[in-house]
Design a protein around this ligand. Sequence first.
Ligand code: NAX
Length: 328
Amino acid sequence: MNKPARVAVTGAAGQISYSLLFRIASGQLLGKDQPVILSLLEVNVEAALRALDGVVMELADCAFPLLVGVEKHTDAQACFDAVDYAFLVGARPRKAGMERKDLLEANAQIFSVQGKALDAAASRSVKVVVVGNPANTNCMIAQRNAPSLAPECFSAMTRLDHNRAAAQLAARAGAEVKDIANIIIWGNHSSTQFPDLAHATVSGRPALDLIDSDWYEVEMIPAVQQRGAAIISARGSSSAASAASAAIDHMHDWIFGTAADRYVSMAVVSQGEYEIEKGLVYSYPCTCQDGKYQVVERLKTSDFARTKMKETEDELKQERDGVASLLP
Ligand code: NAX
């Protein structure tokens, strides 16, 4: 058996973690030969810690052969000690009467503490995915507060948006999801994101030859952008199992690689690709190999696409400016 991998999950008593933890512990992230230790972080609040106790009891009751340890923490640095993988799921939710700026600042504080803690304690090759919203900007803050870790250790999740777009295209084209390739989500995980089908294929054929442009521009793009709100309105609470599934997909592909000639969408620290401002955490088409992601460069972009890519970049700049005082 391999040495156990240490996997940190924050917001461990929340609804996404209630699905995520069990999938990691069962081997769906790292495979059936890889034992794991879960290192869980929650806020130091009685209700959250009681809920976490319950989750840990259920993990024990699953008797997962690969789960060789579970740690509960309220201190980020202790939680991130020597971790190989970190899922930053916990975040401050928006409360009634809270301005967007207040939300950004409350989260900036959480993610600057967590960035510093990762910097001090995590494995030097840690892979971090930020799920908690506003995910891109939270990720940028964590990364900027972790100067001794490579920027390539950090990412934010737009895989749920990517998967949603794939499912919608498959349904429209009368195809199966496995036949869909090279969807791209550009930019922010928010309603300004741009789900782009210009390079997508269905069983190797260009997607835009198979569907009408009206459906794509008028129905599909807003439907993907607003899917989170549609789930809340139907279920009474936000996406949880699908978010956990996307988080597993994101990290799994990053670790084990993407299939040949298939892109996945990952929000990563921009190096200026596609003229997006350097340093923003922006969702790009990526391929992964040998545990590293690579942004797919030099794809042709139309005027329509460039306008949308810029719109979502502008929102990320505004978010960054809103937390400028907290950036090192
Ligand atoms: P829940 O409110 O069910 O759980 C969040 C948990 O995080 C709570 O138990 C809370 O006590 C804990 N927490 C808060 N601050 C913390 C901190 N500083 N350290 C450790 N734990 C902390 O939310 P859930 O539905 O699980 O969603 C979690 C986050 O994911 C939210 O920010 C949500 O907006 C975001 N999402 C992101 C998605 C994406 O695609 N990137 C999609 C799904 C989801 O909306």
